[in-house]
Design a binder for this molecule. Structure first.
Ligand code: BGC
Length: 722
């Protein structure tokens, strides 16, 4: 029987209470919850167990047995968990994964996470997070793909493919959940859960495409967000959920609310009480309520009173059952407990190491890296050199410090017998202002041939509800850099972070600067390889790094304004008298450009771009243009270069950004090698949404730009005709 028929057949046998039971999700594998499962009053559990594998699989199986064998209709549970960037094998944070621009590898990493999580009885992850975020104060910027809609879309789609595979019913695959629908990353002031105001055109051009990409990649579920979106909380927003997602896009999976986001429509000020919150959520298109109990306590009465139409309940339950069928849960609800031997296999650790390597972004290098092979001694300094839990980053419920290899451990291992590795943390932790360890750090650095300095944010400074009003290195870390600046040795700073930080205060004091994000379980070996030149950095920034907090939001795809600053008009020294010539869109006390732009990242080689050629000067609607460029590795080192294609529509009926990323390609280049790289640019890539929400392409002149960052590009023009 086809899934639709099986769903219909089952729905016909369900009581109203059983149907609503499917729409309820509880957290924790308690006995009370097991009873509710037996009564058919729960359709899903998250965090069913915190125990170690294989016990975890056993607990999940117990709950499945309660559902399958002891409830009247035997409908299996869908068991959820936040498997955000790996399970036991922790991958770099998603923002770091985005920096790799390597989508096949991102897909492989998600498949690893699915294999490990499924072995512990998990059927469903609440990932990928595809909220475009342009404000680094927001702690959850760590969980997504950064500031760009195309990069975030590709990242999300790759993760969906990795989690679900070609057949989500395969025992090693799990359902994905694209979240948080929608606009959550645009929280005012970068403060989590805060209000968002996003005009429809911007929503459709910037915040919705990544969700559409996940739906197109087959995502079985979506999560509605916490935020108030233009006056209607996303969890009660019929425009976003019912009109755009379910009607326009034809999404056939189900929508789960975020944690208590149904009930939170009361404090938001949309609903007066829990029954009203339940009604608003179902009417808007939420199919399952996470944790709060508005559905379980009130939906039966609401339906009986005619306040919630039965068709909406049938639609919601049909979607949930449909996903359970597609996951194969009716046919094989249990997890083979012996499968937990897949955790942390060599193959999984290898994926984690490769992704950590590719996610690191080299921002500065005064020939200090790679470290010379003949060093006699190396100073390893900084609070994050040996912080196994912090390098895992936020949202790693199943990651363990004891599985993690730190940079200190990895450098000791790699240099054993040939170089003396000396450790002096300087600061006990990232947030510390206790400078008592500075003298020792200075002494050790001065005694060694070079110093590598591991700085940044601990894992607790990013993630949900972990927002910051300042973006500088916390504690006395800038002072630690300053203290080492005059020891007369090369100082290499490696920054582990969940967000862009303002590095203006340290960049001049260090000889090299590498951003490693929170690199995960295998961060140490990846960094040792990069520092020692076994591999070359190849990541590019998925988000702009501001010079100072006062610039935020600063992102590459901004509008031009009526008074763009001319080149070179970057910041006016304080005290300069204003004259009319200076009335540009700038700051008086700081450059207006970011410190490091989107797409930027160096390697140990040198990629140069030449010969930008278009297949023709014009194309008509529906046609495709070939954009070709020659990329050359002018060095003696093998590198991988992320070639980026941007477009600008300089005149349109709604003004367009100065640049928009339309495609990218990771290109391996042997020493001295030149390659022709071609992109197919169709007129559909030039579309934007007008004020009525229609997707349009307007004829006229377009600029195309190709390069190794958003700011360093070759340019050409073409025309689109009717
Ligand atoms: C977060 C979600 C997460 C959920 C379940 C919420 O607080 O916003 O991203 O999936 O909890 O843990």
């Amino acid at each position: 029987m086809r899934v639709e028929e099986r769903v219909r057949e089952l729905l016909n046998r369900m009581t109203l209470a059983e149907k609503i039971g499917q729409m309820c999700q509880v957290t924790g594998g308690t006995e009370e919850h097991k009873d509710l499962v037996r009564q058919g009053r729960v359709g899903s559990i998250l965090n069913v167990s915190e125990s170690e594998a294989p016990d975890r699989a056993r607990v999940s199986n117990d709950f499945q047995a309660a559902a399958v064998k002891e409830s009247r209709l035997g409908v299996p549970l869908i068991i959820g968990r936040d498997v955000i960037h790996g399970f036991r094998t922790v991958m770099p944070i998603p923002l770091g994964q985005a920096a790799s621009f390597d989508m096949p590898l991102v897909e492989e990493a998600a498949a690893v996470a699915a294999r490990e999580a499924s072995a512990c009885g998990i059927n469903w992850t609440f990932a990928p997070m595809v909220d475009v975020a342009r404000d680094p104060r927001w702690g959850r910027i760590a969980e997504g793909g950064g500031e760009d809609p195309l990069l975030t879309s590709r990242l999300g789609a790759a993760m969906v493919r990795g989690f679900q595979g070609p057949d989500p019913a395969h025992p090693e695959r799990i359902a994905a959940c694209a979240k948080h629908y929608v606009g959550y990353g645009a929280a005012e002031g970068g403060r989590d859960y805060n209000t968002t105001w996003i005009p429809e055109g911007l929503l459709r051009d910037v915040y919705l495409p990544s969700f559409k990409a996940c739906v197109d990649a087959g995502a079985l579920t979506l999560m509605s967000a916490f935020n108030d979106l233009n006056g209607i909380p996303a969890t009660g927003n019929p425009w976003a959920l019912r009109q755009v997602l379910k009607t326009e896009w034809g999404f056939g999976g189900f929508v789960v609310s975020d944690w208590a986001s149904v009930e939170e429509m009361i404090p938001h000020g949309l609903c007066s009480d829990k029954p009203e919150a339940a009604r608003a959520a179902v009417a808007a298109g939420v199919d399952m309520e996470m944790v709060s109990a508005c559905f379980s306590e009130h939906l039966v009465q609401l339906v009986e009173a005619g306040r919630v139409p039965m068709e909406l309940i049938d639609d919601a339950v049909g979607r949930i059952l449909g996903v359970k069928f597609q996951l194969g849960l009716f046919d094989s609800p249990y997890t083979e407990e012996a499968r937990s031997n897949v955790l942390l296999t060599d193959g999984h650790l290898d994926v984690a190491k490769r992704l950590a390597t590719e996610s690191c972004v080299l921002l500065k290098n005064d020939e200090a890296l790679p470290l010379p092979g003949d060093m006699g001694s190396l100073a390893v300094i900084g609070p994050l050199a040996d912080a196994p839990v912090d390098q895992l980053g936020c949202w790693t419920m199943d990651g363990r410090g004891e599985d993690t290899v730190t940079p200190l451990q990895a450098l000791r291992e790699a240099l054993r017998g040939r170089c003396d590795v000396r450790h002096a943390p300087g600061l006990p932790d990232c947030r510390s202002t206790d400078t008592a360890g500075f003298a020792e750090a200075r002494r050790v650095a001065g005694d060694c041939d070079a110093a590598v300095l591991f700085l940044g944010e601990d894992a607790g400074l990013s993630g949900e509800a972990h927002c910051r009003a300042f973006l500088d290195l916390p504690g006395a870390q800038e002072e630690l850099v300053a203290a080492l600046a005059d020891v007369g040795r090369p100082v290499i700073a490696i920054v582990m972070t969940g967000r862009p930080l303002t590095l203006t205060g340290i960049v001049e004091h260090v000889n090299a600067l590498l951003v490693a994000w929170h690199p995960g379980t295998m961060g140490g070996p990846a960094l040792a390889d990069l520092l020692l030149g076994v591999s070359s950095p190849s990541g590019k920034l998925p988000v702009s790094f501001p010079r100072t907090i006062g610039q935020v939001p600063v992102y590459y795809a901004h509008k031009n304004t009526g008074r763009p600053a001319p080149p070179g008009k970057e910041g006016v020294p304080v005290g300069t008298p204003l004259d009319p010539e200076s009335f540009f869109s700038t700051y008086l006390d700081m450059h207006h450009s970011p410190l490091f732009p989107f797409g930027y990242g160096l390697s140990y080689g040198a990629a140069s771009y030449s010969n930008l050629k278009l297949s023709g000067p014009a194309l008509s609607m529906g046609e495709t243009l070939e954009v070709a460029v020659t990329v050359t590795n002018d060095s003696a080192v093998a590198i991988e270069e992320v070639v980026q294609l941007y477009v600008r529509d300089p005149v349109a009926s709604l003004t367009r950004p100065v640049k928009e990323l339309k495609d990218f390609m990771r290109v391996p280049l042997a020493p001295g090698e030149s390659r022709k790289v071609s992109f197919a640019l169709g007129t559909e890539h030039l579309a934007f949404h007008n004020g009525d929400g229609q997707r349009i392409v307007e004829p006229g002149v377009f600029h195309v730009m190709v390069g190794g960052s958003s700011q360093d590009v070759l340019k050409a023009e073409f025309t689109v005709t009717d």
